[in-house]
Design a protein around this ligand. Structure first.
Ligand code: ADP
Ligand code: MG
Length: 348
């Protein structure tokens, strides 16, 4: 869609593996006191004193998780870091380091990897994490990116998916469904472009939802905010696969049920208008869309006064006994069971 055919193309073979690693990682700076040794030795060395260490990893595959015909490589680099940091924040932890591994085919010139690493560096700098290592190898077809994120948390502050109790309130940060609707717009424009490459799309009405798809942000601010408010969630998870599957994870692991109120689900006006345009139900999008990277958590009712005036949070339901089940309470006050939708990558 936005490919520039006149770009400079330096073949990766011109640098060799070590030259490439050196070139791509030359700008990374170490800022965390917990990083003793970063890139350049056989392994990185970290020191977390007596903190708990949390680790999470993700693998992104071209054609499965991203489509380079509309995802600029710089955004892709940024997003691959952010989606991992989101998992660290979901443990109520502070992210401190990442490693980045790539497998790349010779169809990519050096300039493409520079753009990818530009995005990685931007995210690392904004989220204040050190890039402390990785691996670089060739691939016979597409691009693969694996990021591992490391973080730290005081033992008494860590939050699992398993701590929700009946009567706890279910709370979500930000708004939902935007990344999915951004993807719908991008897919539509890709089809239009295939038919007529001279047709420049007007994406102005969709800026927020496209940004949520191509350049999502993780909620680094939420663990800090909760701690300032004196609230420790009883359970927490990040919204990567869609609200319904995250609620199911919390309920299963905590052995509780849940009532989710349709009218409470936070939606941006651009999501509502784009859903109308595409004739898609906005609740379905919030429940099953995914890639929101918001945090979904439960708190005890006692903590409600501490969060109720905060614009970052919306109470969307409450937890029940496991035997009551999991339900969406619709605007028409009917109760619909919440069902799993996961494993999208294998069924589509
Ligand atoms: P090894 O042969 O021990 O795997 P490498 O030559 O692959 O070592 O890596 C050398 C250094 O560069 C290591 O510190 C490694 O973590 C780092 N590194 C390799 N590839 C990447 C990458 N794609 N991004 C960031 N760091 C990397
Ligand atoms: Mg290696």
């Amino acid at each position: 869609m936005i490919e520039d055919k006149n770009q400079q193309r330096t073949p990766l073979s011109a640098l060799g593996e070590f030259g490439l690693i050196e070139h791509l990682t030359q700008n990374f700076k170490i800022k965390q006191t917990s990083t003793i040794k970063g890139i350049g030795d056989d392994a990185a060395v970290l020191n977390f004193d007596n903190k708990r260490v949390v680790i999470s990893t993700d693998l992104l595959v071209e054609g499965v998780h991203f489509d380079l015909s509309y995802a600029p490589l710089k955004h892709l680099g940024y997003k691959s870091v952010v989606v991992n940091l989101s998992d660290i924040y979901a443990m109520n932890a502070k992210a401190t380091q990442i490693t980045v591994s790539i497998a790349v085919s010779n169809r990519f010139p050096l300039e493409a990897l520079e753009a990818l690493y530009d995005g990685i560096e931007t995210a690392a700098s904004i989220y204040n994490v050190d890039v402390i290592g990785g691996d670089t190898t060739s691939s016979t077809s597409g691009l693969l990116i694996s990021v591992t994120a490391i973080g730290e948390v005081e033992a008494e502050q860590e939050v699992y998916r398993s701590g929700a109790k009946p009567n706890d309130l279910l709370v979500v940060s930000g708004d939902l469904g935007a990344a999915y609707m951004g993807l719908q717009v991008l897919e539509r424009e890709k089809e239009v472009y295939k038919v007529n490459p001279n047709n420049q799309p007007d994406l102005e009405p969709y800026t927020y939802i496209i940004e949520r798809q191509l350049k999502p942000e993780a909620r680094k601010d939420i663990p800090n905010l909760l701690s300032e408010l004196g609230v420790k969630p009883s359970s927490m998870i990040d919204v990567s696969d869609g609200l319904s599957s995250e609620i199911i994870h919390i309920c299963k692991q905590s052995d509780v049920g849940c009532d989710l109120y349709e009218e409470k689900i936070p939606l941006d006006p651009q999501v509502i208008s784009t859903c109308e345009e595409f004739n898609i139900d906005s609740t379905t999008v919030a429940l099953n869309g995914g890639e929101d990277y918001e945090l979904l958590f439960t708190i005890s009712q006692e903590d409600y006064p501490k969060i109720k005036a905060n614009p970052n949070f919306t109470v969307i339901g409450y937890m029940k006994e496991a035997k009551e089940g999991l339900h969406l309470v619709t605007r028409a006050d009917t109760r619909i069971p919440i069902k799993a939708q996961g494993w999208k990558n294998f069924t589509e």
